[in-house]
Design a protein around this ligand. Structure first.
Ligand code: GAR
Length: 196
């Protein structure tokens, strides 16, 4: 059984769908939900489901990302995760942290990577006049939103689409994609999952 730690910063809807998916017959189980924000709603939801939760308030560390991450590592090492899932975790991680978990840390990003790394992905897709948008799950590497893609799901951009309507449509697909990719990853399956 693979142990999964999930890092969140906000509402944690992806974290909750990941945890729900692991309640079925599954090769992995959630062992920790960790946040950089002690007031993140996701932590409250996870605790209400009986999951182990912890937080390290990044604001206490100022610009010292290494010290912040050292605290994250302490929590992570206490559960010895096999897989780490970033699920709406909004802090950029240093190369040192990423390399410690090389090849076993996943992230979900709300765009069809390699397009629109970083923030404001939906507004940027609309501005560019794209016909479709979507989400990607990838292996985390030191370069932001850049690692090998494990799966993508697409949505059509409709006339009159706004950034918020698009975000809602894409988030629904994120909730399909991330659990599907995590299951395959935990099973050691190779290849890219394309959800339609
Ligand atoms: C999701 O849309 C996720 O793809 C995005 O934040 C949202 C978190 O929602 N992540 C990023 O933008 C990472 N760069 P959630 O907290 O409800 O899962």
């Amino acid at each position: 059984m693979k142990k999964v730690a999930i890092l969140v910063s906000g509402g944690g809807s992806n974290m909750l769908t990941l945890c729900s998916s692991m309640m079925d017959d599954h090769p992995a189980r959630p062992v920790l939900v960790l946040s950089n924000d002690p007031s993140a709603k996701g932590l409250k939801y996870a605790a209400a489901r009986g999951l182990s939760v912890a937080s390290v308030d990044h604001r206490k560390f100022g610009k010292d990302r290494a010290a912040f991450e050292a605290e994250l590592v302490k929590h992570l090492e206490s559960v010895e995760p096999d897989i780490i899932c970033l699920a709406g975790f909004m802090r950029v991680l240093t190369a040192g942290f990423v390399e410690r978990y090389a090849g076993r840390m996943l992230n979900i990003h709300p765009s069809l990577l390699p397009k629109y790394k970083g923030l404001n992905t939906h507004a940027r897709a609309l501005e560019a006049g794209d016909a479709e948008a979507g989400c990607s799950v990838h292996v985390v590497t030191p370069e932001l939103d850049d690692g090998p893609i494990l799966g993508q799901a697409r949505v059509t951009i409709e006339p009159g689409e706004t950034a918020s309507s698009l975000a809602a449509k894409v988030l629904k697909q994120e909730h399909r994609l991330y659990p599907a990719v995590l299951r395959r990853f935990a099973e050691g399956e190779q290849g890219v999952l394309e959800l339609t």
